[in-house]
Design a protein around this ligand. Sequence first.
Ligand SMILES: C[S@@+](CC[C@H](N)C(=O)[O-])C[C@H]1O[C@@H](n2cnc3c(N)ncnc32)[C@H](O)[C@@H]1O
Length: 288
Amino acid sequence: MCLSCLRRRPLPRLFMTSIASINWLADMSNPTPDKGAVSDHFSRAARSYDEHAILQLAVGRSLVQRLPNTLPVPAALDLGCATAPFARAQQQALPEVHWQAVDLSRAMLAEASARGRLSAHYQPLCADAEQLPLAEASQGLVFSCFALQWCDPQAVLDEIARVLAPGGRLLLAVPLRGSLRELQQSWQAVNHRPHVNALPSLRDWQDAALKAGFADAQLQQQVMVEYYPSVKAIARRLKATGADHVSGASGLTGKNAWQAMVAEYESQRTDQGLPLTWNVLFVEAEKY
Ligand SMILES: C[S@@+](CC[C@H](N)C(=O)[O-])C[C@H]1O[C@@H](n2cnc3c(N)ncnc32)[C@H](O)[C@@H]1O
């Protein structure tokens, strides 16, 4: 898959890859993510986010295409909206709906405002997706792209189920365990400190969806591979999108450890460049 293709069109089914061929890594025992740290991290990436989040934005555009035509209640949330890059498309798809752009990071919401994406019909709400200051059954739709990977799947799906009205829809895309595996493998060969977040698995989300009452949830997994010219370019991209936040990581990485990791990563180089795998889960569900 080439990145320029991703930039131009929504994700086609061609991106489906057999997950059986993936060598999943053992879980790393990262502590529970600290929401303040997640928010600070993203706040630092607010200005650079849109220009670098190529894969995230392509995934989001494909999610926009799955928006329903009508909602049981004319209210919708974009959970973890960051700079609200989908605001215009979401409002075009559902023009009668009142949207709330929800994010932990005030800086991200300020950037959304600076980019002219907020309005009377698309209001900011600085809040944690696991504890929404919203009434039960008040929403017709919850949309979320690449934002809930730092949440506990059960806590966040229970909260989404609480705020959705009967007949309300959930549209979610979230990276799964196995994402950034080349980076994780390369670091593991050097030391066992956490360098890549231990993300929830497909099973974690599946079980949580069932327990939250999304009995007919459709879960689809897609493996996407980006290619980069260098490890430095990968690190720059992850930093600019805030995706380099790792729970439990502390201190600076030594030069020797970095060089050893780069050498390890280089052993995975292909004709297209250095691969970076994303294992993305798409969830479509209805609240009964
Ligand atoms: C990678 S960005 C995704 C932005 C956008 N949805 C997109 O697809 O381009 C993740 C965003 O989720 C926000 N976020 C992370 N955890 C959150 C939580 N528990 N509640 C609300 N927002 C959260 C971060 O602050 C960040 O702005």
